[in-house]
Structures are given as C-alpha cells and as structure tokens.
Design a protein around this ligand. Structure first.
Ligand code: SIN
Length: 491
C-alpha cells in the first residue's frame, strides 16, 4: 500500500516557542477513513521536553496570576474569534485525524468558541464572598486563587471541545498549563495551542507536549511541580491518574466512561424518542462517553419502537467524514474498530439477537478505513457483556420492560452513572426519574449526549471522581480558597 503524507508537522510548544522534541522522533497521525494517508506528524516528546514545559508553566505562573481576570478574559475572547474564523480549517483537520463527520467537528469548534466566551465573562464575576463575622467590626471574606500549574490530559473523541472546556477555566482563574492531547489527535491539539498563541497569550502560560499517555501523561501526573491534573479518558487510566495524584497530594479531576440508558415509556412521543435514541447511539460513531448504549422500552410500544429504530438506523449514511451528507464516519483507529467488533461477537455468542449491522460495511470504499455498521441488538439480558461494559462504538441494545420501575432498576444496574434519558409525557414519572436514576446528567425527552457550557458536566459512580467540569463548577477545581479575617485595630 502506498502511503501519502500530507505536509503537516507540528512541534512542541514550550515557553512560547515551537520546538522539535529532544528525542528527534515523531509520531504519525493517520487518517482512520484511509489507512494509506498520514495526515501529518507530531513530536514524540521526551521527559526533558516535559520538564521544560513544566518549568515554563511554573515560571509564567507568577506573572499570569497577577493579570486581572478581566484582562485574561480578553485573551479568551480573542481565541474565540479565531476559532470561529478558522472553524472550517480546524474541523477538517480534526475529521481527518479521528474520522467523525465534519458537521460534528465544526459543531465542536463553535462549541469551543462558546465555552471560551462563557469563561471570558467569568473574569468579570465573583472570585470570593464576604461573610458575617462574630465580631461585627471584622471583615471576613474569601478570595479564590489559582491552584497553580495544571496538567490537561485530553482524549481523542472530542479533540477540540474537551481540551477547551479544561483550558478556558484554567486560564481565566489564573493557572498555567501543560496540555497533552491524545496522540491520535495531536495535530488538532497543536492547532489549539497555535490559536492561543495567535490570541497573544504570554509565553509559558499554555505549553504543549505530545506522546504516549503511559510516558508523558504519567510524567505529568507524577511531577512535583504540577499542582493539579484534569483528565478525560478511560476508567483504567483514570485510576492510575488518581493514584499518582493522591500519592503526592495533587488535586485531580477525572471524567471517564458511561453505559448510558434511555427509558421509553408507553406515553412517549415515539418518533421523537426514536430519533434521539438513534442519534444518541450512533452520532460520532458511538464514540462519546455520553452515547446512548441501552434502551429500556415498555412492552406496549416495544415492537413499534423497534421497527422505527431499525428504519432510522438503516437510513444512516456511512462514509468518509469529510463528505457532505455523511452521518457516521469511521471509528478513530484500528484498535477501536477491533474492540467494537469483538464486543459484537461477544453479544452474538452470549445469545443477544442481532437485528441490524454487526459487520464492516460492504464495498471497496470501506476497506481502506476503520468502518463498522451501526448495530442494534435485542434480547439483551443484564448479565451480558454488551449490557455491562462501555463499547465506545455504534452499538445499541434494546431491552423490553414491563414497567417504569423495572426500567429504572435495570438502568441503574451498572458501575457507571454519567447520563440518562427518559422519554415520557408524564410529569410525575419525570420527577421520579430525576430522583431515582444514578446519573450526573439527566435528560427528559432529550438525547443522552451533549452539554451546555454554563451547566456542570460529570457523572456519578465510576463515571467520574465526583467533581464537575464546566459552568460555575469548574471554579471548584481550578481555584483554591483563602479565608481572610481583617480586624481593625488602632494603635
Ligand atoms: C462526551 O460524551 O464524551 C462529551 C460530552 C458530549 O456529549 O458532548
């Protein structure tokens, strides 16, 4: 197979300078829609590169934390303008690196800009509070200060929005950053750093290194000068991040997997429920922590729901994410495709009934990339692997239930607790669902995925470290509180 390399070689960004790694080695970024295309190269950073980036962030911190938050907000507004201007270019690059449809990557860039604008405004809001004191003459107040040098470890599935929802609050609250994007989307990560450079961010405030999570990610977690780590990724790696951070007393925040249920009741607006269940499961080829994975459907409407789901799933256009009209691109890598196919085989072996999909799509166009058909199973029981483990691919399990209570009980029977949806027109059931379901993100008549920048994002149980990202919640992670008592005493 002849391999075509596109001319894009991104360097590390350390202390305001784009620099080659001391290893002299690079990592290829491959196009998952076309294995014969190398989109470009990123650096394989060494521990020396990482140390230099941490040193630069440490040095920049003393000045950056003294910049007024209002002024810091101006950098964020400028970056938002640039993301909007470059939305097409960055979206195309992200699609080439990880495969999802360009309408989704473009949506992500614009979402990133909206997040930046939200946090730019945060620079004008409260950074502490005044409290009453037992001594009425005292001034008792709190002042929020930056946690310090922050390590940002980001995943490949949302290569733009997730780094920005970590970087934007870190910056506005006065922290400096070492950003490590996923190796699969290192070029997109470098573009993000480039935008902040063009927005005029001072040298050393945001630094970029690349490489393996087990080397560079772990190096960040273990480094004595990194005060906090924010991580989105798998549960397995999340646990390592947590234990590394705990050992040396660093702050950490983890967002991890999901096995997100929807419940569809007999009084639901059926077409709406079908549309959002399918999109929740198949959008981004199912590679979202918030993807819909299990649908508990009341037996009275089960057959009609199933028929409509199958019609919708079979109408989805699979193809190269760059092509107009593509609904579902390839999976992000061969490893991801192999994992998804393995889960599909396991589902069949364990006796689930495959209703549609389950294979690599037929046709020459699909053999060069990592494509898997949108897949729907039924007769899935709670003990089956496909009902329990996060698949991170386009696989939906349909489960017939006799009652709302049974649906909630089964939906909660998982280690995860990220997002969950209920489709109903019964307000009292909606309120019960909010009380009973184990999920950090709850939708009534909405899709399990998606989040607005002003609202806290995160899960319960094994889906997170119980901290929340975005909205005002981000302030808890990216700041520390000083409590100040001023007692007026005259000489
Ligand atoms: C994710 O699911 O991985 C990110 C959140 C979203 O759905 O937008």
């Amino acid at each position: 197979m002849s391999v075509k390399t596109l001319e894009m070689n991104m360097l590390n960004y350390i202390d305001g300078v784009w620099t080659a790694s001391q290893t002299g080695e690079v990592i290829n970024s491959m196009n998952p829609a076309n294995q014969s295309e190398i989109v470009g190269t990123i650096q394989r950073s060494s521990m020396e590169d990482l140390n230099a980036a941490i040193e630069a962030a440490k040095k920049a911190l003393s000045k950056w934390k003294k910049v007024s938050p209002v002024k810091r907000g101006e950098f964020l507004h400028k970056a938002a303008d640039l993301f909007e201007e470059k939305a097409d270019e960055i979206a195309e690059l992200a699609t080439k690196e990880m495969g999802k449809a360009v309408k989704e990557t473009k949506g992500e860039v614009l979402r990133g800009a909206a997040i930046l604008r939200y946090y730019a405004q945060e620079g004008m809001r409260q950074m502490g509070e005044v409290l009453p004191s037992v001594n009425p003459d005292n001034m008792l107040y709190t002042k929020r200060v930056p946690v310090g040098v922050v390590g940002v470890i980001a995943p490949w599935n949302f290569p733009i929005a997730i780094p920005i929802w970590k970087i934007a609050p870190a910056l506005i609250y006065g922290n400096t950053i070492i950003f490590k994007p996923a190796a699969e989307t290192g070029l997109t990560g470098a573009k993000i750093a480039e935008v902040f450079e063009q927005a005029g961010l001072p040298a050393g405030v945001l630094n970029l290194v690349n490489g393996k999570g087990s080397v560079i990610g772990q190096g960040l977690v273990d480094h004595k000068d990194v005060n906090a780590i924010t991580f989105t990724g798998s549960n397995e790696v999340g646990k390592q991040v947590a234990s590394g951070a705990v050992v040396r007393g660093a702050k950490y925040q983890l967002e991890m997997g999901g096995k997100n249920p929807v419940i569809v009741l007999e009084d639901a607006a059926l077409d709406h429920a079908v549309e959002l269940t399918v999109m929740g499961a198949m959008k981004q080829t199912g590679q979202r922590c918030t993807a819909t994975s299990r649908a508990y459907v009341h037996r009275l409407i089960y057959d009609e729901f199933k028929e409509k789901v199958l019609k919708k799933v079979q109408s989805l256009k699979i193809g190269n994410g760059l092509k107009e009209g593509t609904d579902m691109g390839p999976l992000a890598s061969k490893a991801q495709m192999d994992t998804v196919l393995k889960y599909i085989e396991k589902g069949k072996e364990e006796g689930a009934v495959l209703l549609t999909g389950g294979n690599i799509p037929a046709g020459k166009a699909f053999t060069s990339g990592f494509y898997v058909e949108p897949t729907v199973f039924e007769n899935v029981t709670r003990d089956m692997v496909i009902a329990r483990e996060e698949i991170f691919g386009p696989v939906l399990c349909l489960i017939k239930v006799d009652s709302f209570e049974e649906a909630i009980e089964q939906a909660n029977d998982t280690i995860y607790g990220l997002s969950a949806s209920l489709f109903t027109s019964d307000l009292s059931k909606a309120l019960t669902f909010v009380n009973e379901i184990d999920a950090g993100l709850i939708q009534i008549n909405g899709e399990t995925g998606g989040a607005e920048p002003q609202a806290p994002f995160g899960g319960m149980k094994a889906s997170s470290s119980n901290s929340r990202e975005q909205g005002q919640a981000a302030k808890e992670f990216f700041t520390s509180i000083k409590t100040v008592t001023m007692t007026p005493v005259c000489k």
